[in-house]
Design a protein around this ligand. Structure first.
Ligand code: TXA
Ligand code: MG
Length: 320
C-alpha cells in the first residue's frame, strides 16, 4: 500500500470533507476509535477492509447521528429495541436489525441485518451531522489486534495508511459497544460490551445469549483483541507468576499490586473499586504491556458480573 501522510487534529470540517470524498478518517467514540468511511461508497468500504486487513465476510457497524435516522436504513424497529433506544441512545449499544435495500451488501457482508448505532461522542456526533452520511466504522486496529482507545494508539497502528485521525481524547468507556439483535422477536446478545446485560435486562427483561455454535457476529470468533506477546488469563496470578518465573513477565491486574512481581512490571486497571474504570483502561494497558517485549503477559480474571463479563470476554479472546 502506498504510504500517505497521516495528520492528527480536531477539525470536523476537514474530516467531513474527507469522508464525502470517500477517504477514510479515524474517529473517536465513547467506546473505541473507529476507522470511518462513507457507508454508501464502494471505494471507501473496500478501503476499510483493505487498511484493516479484515476479511470481507466480517461486516461493519453503521454509525448515524440520531435515532430517527435508523428508519432510513432498517425495515422495522421492534418494541424492545425502541425501549433500548430511549434508554441508551446515543450510547454504546449496537442494534442488529433487518436492513433496507439502500444499505450496501458490502457493509453487511451479504447478511440480511445491518448493525447500527449512535455513538456518544461530541466531536463524532457533530461530524456525523456535518457529513450527512451514514458512516461505516469498525474499530481502528489491524484485524485481530488490540482495539485503540486514543488517537496515539491509532497513529501507532495505522499511520501512513489513512489521511486523518480526528482526536477526541481518550475513550471514556474503552470497551466496544454491546450488540443486540432480535431474531424471531427474541432479544439476543451477540457481543458483551460497554452496556451490561444487567442494564439491558432492567429495561426489557430477560435476554438470550447468542451461542458460538451459530456465529452471527464474526467478532464472536475466538482470536481477537490480541497483543503480539503471549497473554494468559489467570484465576491465580501469584501461581502463574511462579510458573513463569524463568521468563520476563508482566501483570495486568485490577486495583492492587501483587507482591510476587516488581511493581514496574505491573499495570493496575483501576486505583479504586470500579469495573467501568478498569474496562476503560484495559486496551491502553494491553498496548503498553505489548510494547515492553515481555515473554508473557498475565492478566487477572475478573468476577463474572457487570463489566467484569465484558472484560473477561476480551481477555479470553486476546489470550494465546
Ligand atoms: O464500539 C463499537 O462498536 C466500535 C465503535 C468504532 O463504534 N466498533 C466496533 O466495530 O467494534 P467492529 O467492526 O470492530 O466490531 C463490530 C462487530 C463485528 O464482530 C462484526 O462482525 C459485527 O459487529 N457485525 C457488524 N455488522 C454485522 C451484521 N450485519 N450482522 C452480524 N454481525 C455484524
Ligand atoms: Mg473490532
Amino acid at each position: 500500500m502506498a504510504q500517505i501522510e497521516t495528520a492528527i487534529g480536531n477539525d470536523i470540517y476537514k474530516a467531513a470533507e474527507l469522508l464525502r470524498a470517500n477517504e477514510l478518517v479515524a474517529i473517536p467514540t465513547e467506546t473505541v476509535y473507529g476507522l470511518a468511511g462513507n457507508a454508501f461508497s464502494e471505494t471507501a468500504v473496500k478501503q476499510i477492509f483493505h487498511v484493516k486487513q479484515r476479511p470481507a465476510s466480517n461486516p461493519l457497524i453503521v454509525h448515524v447521528h440520531h435515532a430517527d435516522a435508523l428508519n432510513e436504513f432498517v425495515k422495522e424497529i421492534p418494541a424492545e429495541a425502541k425501549l433500548l433506544l430511549d434508554a441508551f441512545t446515543p450510547g454504546p449499544l449496537t442494534f442488529l436489525l433487518p436492513k433496507r435495500n439502500n444499505v450496501p451488501d458490502l457493509v453487511t457482508a451479504g447478511l440480511p441485518d445491518v448493525a447500527i448505532r449512535i455513538p456518544n461522542h461530541k466531536l463524532t456526533l457533530a461530524l456525523l451531522k456535518e457529513a450527512t452520511l451514514p458512516i461505516a466504522a469498525p474499530s481502528a486496529n489491524p484485524y485481530t489486534y488490540i482495539s485503540p482507545t486514543s488517537a496515539e494508539h491509532v497513529y501507532k497502528m495505522l499511520h501512513g495508511k489513512i489521511p486523518y485521525i480526528l482526536d477526541g481524547g481518550p475513550c471514556t468507556l474503552g470497551l466496544e459497544s454491546t450488540i443486540i439483535g432480535f431474531p424471531e422477536g427474541v432479544p439476543t446478545l451477540y457481543r458483551k460490551g460497554a452496556i451490561t446485560i444487567e442494564e439491558i435486562e432492567a429495561q426489557i427483561g430477560k435476554v438470550r445469549l447468542a451461542t458460538t455454535e451459530k456465529i452471527v457476529a464474526p467478532g464472536m470468533h475466538l482470536k481477537h483483541y490480541s497483543p503480539k506477546t503471549k497473554l494468559i488469563l489467570s484465576d491465580d496470578p501469584e501461581q502463574d507468576i511462579y510458573n513463569y518465573r524463568h521468563q520476563r513477565t508482566g501483570l495486568i491486574t485490577y486495583n492492587t499490586y501483587s507482591n510476587a512481581l516488581a511493581t514496574e512490571d505491573q499495570v493496575l486497571l483501576c486505583q479504586h473499586d470500579d469495573f467501568k474504570i478498569a474496562g476503560a483502561n484495559l486496551y491502553a494497558a494491553m498496548h503498553l504491556m505489548d510494547s515492553r517485549n515481555y515473554d508473557v503477559i498475565i492478566a487477572r480474571k475478573f468476577p463474572e458480573t457487570g463489566i467484569g463479563l465484558s472484560i473477561n470476554d476480551r481477555l479470553n479472546r486476546a489470550k494465546t
